[in-house]
Design a protein around this ligand. Structure first.
Ligand code: SF4
Length: 510
């Protein structure tokens, strides 16, 4: 049976009024004022019976998990140890000094009972609230991902036959079914990276190597957290968690869709690094009319060996369905390449053998040379549009801004909210962790930028990074004003230098 925490002053107290003891600028005051945690009772009511022992109030459990990540408390045991000592925690949870604090196993059981969806809905509610408060513009979004160390060691990996590894995975699934998580509520599993090895402590985590400034760190069992951050204030609007081996760009279309669902605003521009500029992503986003400001990955563009004519230097003639090479020789359609998902166009070998530009077009020996070929990928027009957008000055500015915005977002999550290491095991629990951390970060945005002051509370809540976004908003306004003044000045007195004002503006806002 679901219990409800009633907050009433103690009849026989030590003359301690928690409401008076908690300082006015305590961040938890602003959080309690802005965030409704009580919704969770209705959300999880169907998981509780009508009789039997009374449970801990679900609102209290959600608040406990929120505090766990907000203050980066080492563990749930540690949290339960410090709650009775912290007056602000007691006040935030609605407990009195003499109330019994729940056991550390209560949040664990709640996670299993509620499933990850409840925590996902909590995250979505924080996004909706940020939209209501005007903290989300929604039209330009930035995507990135980060590796998270799984709660498993390298030694937990065993190498065995694919059959035995498959049997072990099935056995883990049976064990998990004892937690009474219905099949349809379990997150869909990603195909394992390696069929012959798995971790015995966390079979969902996969070996992934983290790139560190050109060198490579040791491979570890990891997960990958993908997120989308809004341009205006850096609110996290979409989150997805996968095993560590999943490619960064694999979730971009799903994340863009999730952003639309959570904010109700369709993205007009998506910004991402070269890992996101895959053909599938550019095609998928361009087909929806979304601008793609992404570095084009090497295997995505019509990349050729360096030093020879790039495929973009071949002109496509749609009427005759041929390409014209720099020597004006036609390349005709020959065969379909399933791997590259595109048609191969090839020049006549005889034309290439006698061509004066041959040294700039191919490095292949002339013996048995078939003629220069290029691939015409599916959705070619969409790709060309996307590549052109990727080369624009605005895209370059967005890519520079992306670094500060996302590094701020991930940096704050890592430094203050235990983002870089999994607290629990299995993919569905890791998703709970990622949703809670994103929710905590969004709540901090609400408190920091929300309409009702709480300035001091916001300052103490936001001790480090990520103030960059607000600064960015302020800079943008100041810069726009400065740019207008410069424009007026130049147009009035120095007409010939009018064009100079834009580089000045770019200097201030790269
Ligand atoms: S080598 Fe062949 S494809 Fe290349 S420019 Fe010469 S004729 Fe054209």
């Amino acid at each position: 049976m679901m219990g409800i925490q009633t907050t009433q002053k103690d009849l026989f107290s030590y003359q301690v009024d928690l409401d008076r003891r908690v300082r006015q600028d305590n961040p938890l005051r602003a959080i309690r004022e802005k965030v409704d945690f009580a919704w969770v009772r209705a959300d999880v009511a169907h998981h509780y019976g009508n009789n039997g022992n009374e449970s801990v109030d679900p609102e209290v459990i959600l608040k406990l998990l929120f505090l766990l990540f907000l203050d980066n408390v080492k563990s749930e045991r540690e949290l339960m140890r410090i709650v009775p000592e912290r007056l602000d925690y007691l006040w935030f949870l609605g407990y009195g000094l003499d109330d019994e604090i729940p056991d550390h196993s209560v949040p664990t059981k709640a996670r299993v009972r509620w499933g990850r969806e409840t925590f996902e809905r909590f995250f979505v509610r924080t996004v909706a609230q940020c939209v209501e408060l005007g903290l989300v513009d929604g039209r330009k979004i930035y995507a990135d991902s980060s590796l998270i160390d799984a709660n498993a060691s390298n030694k937990s990996f065993v190498r065995t036959s694919p059959e035995l590894a498959g049997a072990l995975r099935a056995a883990y699934a049976v064990e998990e079914s004892k937690f009474e998580i219905p099949e349809e509520r379990r997150p869909h599993s990603y195909a394992p990276q390696n069929l012959t090895s798995l971790s015995l402590t966390d079979p969902d985590a996969t070996m992934a190597t983290k790139e560190l400034r050109g060198t490579y760190a040791i491979a570890k069992p990891r997960y990958k957290s993908h997120r989308v951050v809004d341009d205006q204030c850096g609110v996290v609007t979409a989150v997805e968690t996968t095993p560590g081996h999943i490619h960064d760009g694999a979730c971009l279309l799903a994340l863009t869709e999730q952003h639309h669902r959570t904010t109700g605003i369709g993205a007009q521009t998506v910004v991402g690094d070269q890992h996101y500029g895959t053909r599938e992503n550019i095609r998928g986003l361009q087909a929806q009319g979304i601008c793609t400001h992404m570095k084009v990955s090497h295997n995505t563009s019509l990349t050729t060996k360096t030093g020879i004519f790039h495929a973009s230097e071949f002109r496509y003639e749609s009427v005759s369905d041929t390409y014209l090479c720099p020597a004006n020789q036609p390349l005709t359609r020959r065969s379909y390449d399933r791997v590259q998902r595109g048609w191969i166009y090839r020049a006549q070998a005889t034309a290439c053998r006698t061509c004066s530009l041959r040294s700039k077009c191919t490095t292949s020996p002339m013996k048995d040379y078939q003629g220069r070929s290029i691939v015409h990928p599916e959705g070619y027009e969409l790709l060309v549009k996307g590549w052109a957008q990727a080369r624009s000055a605005e895209a370059k500015r967005d890519l520079r801004h992306r670094m500060s915005l996302l590094e701020g977002s991930f940096g704050q999550a890592s430094q203050n909210h235990h983002f870089k290491r999994a607290r629990w095991r299995r993919l569905w629990r890791q998703r709970i962790q990622d949703h809670l951390i994103a929710a905590v970060q969004n709540v901090k945005k609400m408190v920091a930028y929300g309409p009702t002051g709480a300035g001091t509370a916001a300052a103490s809540l936001n001790p480090s990074p990520e103030t960059g976004s607000q600064t960015h908003v302020g800079h943008k306004t100041a810069l726009a004003e400065l740019e207008t003044i410069i424009r007026l000045f130049l147009s009035a007195f120095v007409p010939s230098l009018r064009t100079e004002c834009r580089p000045i503006a770019l200097f201030f806002n790269p």
